[in-house]
Design a protein around this ligand. Structure first.
Ligand code: ASP
Length: 592
């Protein structure tokens, strides 16, 4: 028997019992007559005591234990004289009567405790040691519970989990595909799914009615902290539903997992149209944990001989509460430079400070104190101590810049309360997005998204300009400024789907070659249907108030897309390449 109990379960009620524990040596402290070992496993840490007077040989053996040795100990549960209130097992200790080393360990390259001295690279290279740390284990356990709770909720509603293939052909979700060469079909490639989108729609045509899958998706994109080349979705699809049905069902799922796993009642989720979100927050994923809503002052600001505002398409302000004292002129200069970085691209930053001593502004030359004081109450609802920040320029760009500034100010002013959750649905997304550079339309969600019923006619018969104004039955679930889920009601009619491909610049042949199977299926009684996919890794992170999804993935890739533990990707043998009919000179040909 390796163990009668685990390292997290013994309490005062076990005092006097003989027990056997197995685990890892977190630390061994030799205090002369006594040696203390902290024995760790997934469940906790139990203190084991070896007493020189009782058993000298055993104590000698214990003194030689190194960090991360795997041992088995038998002994008696004893009441501790100095209890450790920070540990669930802190009332007791084990007085050891036997010890066996099950496996020795090299000295680990970093400290295996919650607070570690190991940097990212080393922890990823030795991920098996990193995962021994209780905080990493906690994240993985949370992830497992979230998956189980989601499955339970959906299954109770009659959803069926169906596995869709991993070796498929390109699905256009807007990223690059990972591809896999086919040995049996020389010169041909599978693509890994960016999502199971077309398969779940096919399952609706097949009458499955309610589908879900917790599924790996693959997108070959440049990586950021919250992106991984392979990530997991809770992917869902339903038949005979409207947008309203989908929002209700998945608001239910979200509320349920927050309630069950965090004990948090999220209340009903507000809804906001895409247009409203852009006007009020300059973002389609607004963070509602703090205010600082946009106040547009384009017209108000004109007519004071300040050419920058006079000639501008759009001028917008936010009110930073109580910030007037906190930002010196030097701070504002630095903030302005920060906003002028190429990544943000603001031309300048105007400020107005309202203080008990009066109003001060970087545009005080053009706007008298009277005007600024009138704005204080009428426009900004500001008080003494507040600072107003103003950006101006081309509308869409300026909205995006102000979104960046709003988030930055929330951070600097410490406006975000830990443990606060603010969900919302953003709805009524545009169907198509016009790209000036390539002079073509892109699907705002994906090419299978349906226009709103009232826009279908305009889509089939309208002119080019009309297409820019089409709205879709497409929606995003946003929590704390993070996009947690997104989906849409789908097109289920061949002609409409074909028109959409046409608008997106597919030739008839290309559309047929890539999606003939789907449009073909639509000719055999496709039901009205729609769905959504949750970013599962991101949901894990957001529910725990963390920003990086990597902490919730057992074996994540680094920012160059590498797994440094197994050293992947890596070269493969020439023979393998030959077998796969991959042209060995392809690199040279590309270079020519
Ligand atoms: N397949 C979509 C995505 O990955 C989600 C959906 O439309 O259901 O974003």
């Amino acid at each position: 028997m390796y163990r009668s109990h685990n390292c997290g379960e013994l309490r005062s009620s076990h005092i006097g019992q003989e027990v056997t524990l197995s685990g890892w040596v977190q630390i061994s402290r030799d205090l002369g007559g006594l040696t203390f070992v902290d024995l760790r496993d997934r469940y906790g840490i139990t203190q084991v005591v070896f007493n020189m007077d009782d058993n000298a040989t055993l104590c000698e053996q214990a003194r030689k234990l190194g960090r991360e040795f795997v041992i088995r100990v038998t002994g008696t549960v004893n009441e501790r004289s100095n209890k450790n209130a920070n540990r669930p097992t802190g009332d007791i200790e084990i007085i050891a009567s036997s010890l066996e080393i099950l496996n020795a360990s090299k000295v680990p390259p970093f400290i295996i405790e919650e607070e570690t001295d190991g940097g990212d690279d080393i922890r990823m290279a030795y991920r098996y040691l990193d995962i021994r740390r209780p905080n990493v284990q906690k994240n993985l356990i949370f992830r497992s519970q979230l998956a189980i709770q989601s499955r339970k909720y959906l299954s109770d509603l009659g959803f069926i989990e169906v596995e869709t293939p991993v070796l498929i052909k390109s699905t256009p979700e807007g990223a690059r595909d990972f591809v896999v060469p086919s040995r049996m079909n020389p010169g041909e490639f599978y693509a890994l799914p960016q999502s199971p989108q077309t398969f779940k729609q096919i399952l609706m045509v097949a009458g499955m009615d309610k589908y879900f899958q917790i599924v790996k998706c693959f997108r070959d994109e440049d990586l950021r902290a919250d992106r991984q080349p392979e990530f997991t979705q809770i992917d869902c699809e339903m038949s005979f539903v409207t947008q309203e049905d989908i929002l209700n069902t998945f608001e239910g799922l979200t509320k349920s997992v927050f309630q069950e796993l965090k004990g948090i009642d999220l209340g009903d989720f507000p809804r906001m149209s895409y247009d409203e979100a852009m006007e009020r927050y300059g973002s389609d994923k607004p963070d509602l944990r703090f205010d600082m809503e946009f106040i547009e002052i384009t017209d108000r600001a004109k007519g004071y001989d300040f050419p920058v505002f006079d000639n501008s398409e759009y001028t917008v302000a936010i009110v930073a509460k109580g910030a007037a004292d906190q930002f010196s002129n030097k701070d504002i200069k630095k903030l302005t430079e920060w906003m002028q970085r190429p990544q943000v691209g603001a031309k300048g930053l105007v400020n107005i400070k309202y203080t008990a001593e009066g109003v001060k502004s970087s545009v005080g030359k053009f706007y008298s104190d009277d005007v600024l004081n009138e704005w204080k109450t009428d426009v900004f609802s500001a008080e003494d101590g507040d600072m107003v920040l103003i950006l101006t320029g081309e509308k869409e760009k300026t909205q995006k810049q102000m979104n960046v500034l709003r988030l930055e100010m929330a951070d600097r002013l410490d406006l975000i309360k830990a443990g606060d959750f603010k969900p919302l649905w953003v709805v009524d997304f545009p169907l198509l997005e016009w790209d000036e550079e390539s002079e073509r339309f892109h699907a705002m969600h994906h090419p299978f998204t349906s226009p709103k019923a009232e826009d279908m006619d305009r889509m089939m018969n309208g002119d080019h300009e009309t297409m820019k104004s089409l709205r879709a039955d497409a929606y995003d679930l946003v929590i704390n400024g993070s996009e947690i889920g997104g989906g849409s009601i789908r097109i289920h009619d061949r002609e409409l789907q074909s028109k959409n491909f046409d608008l997106l610049g597919f030739s008839k042949e290309e559309a047929e070659e890539q999606f003939g199977f789907l449009m073909g299926a639509f000719e055999y009684g496709a039901p009205p249907h729609g769905g959504i996919a949750f970013g599962f890794d991101r949901l894990c992170a957001v529910m725990n108030g963390q920003s990086s999804i990597r902490d919730f993935i057992a074996f994540p890739k680094n920012s160059s897309g590498r797994d440094v533990m197994i050293n992947s990707p890596s070269a493969i043998a020439k023979e393998q390449l030959v077998e796969l009919s991959i042209d060995l000179d392809i690199k040279e040909k590309h270079e020519k």
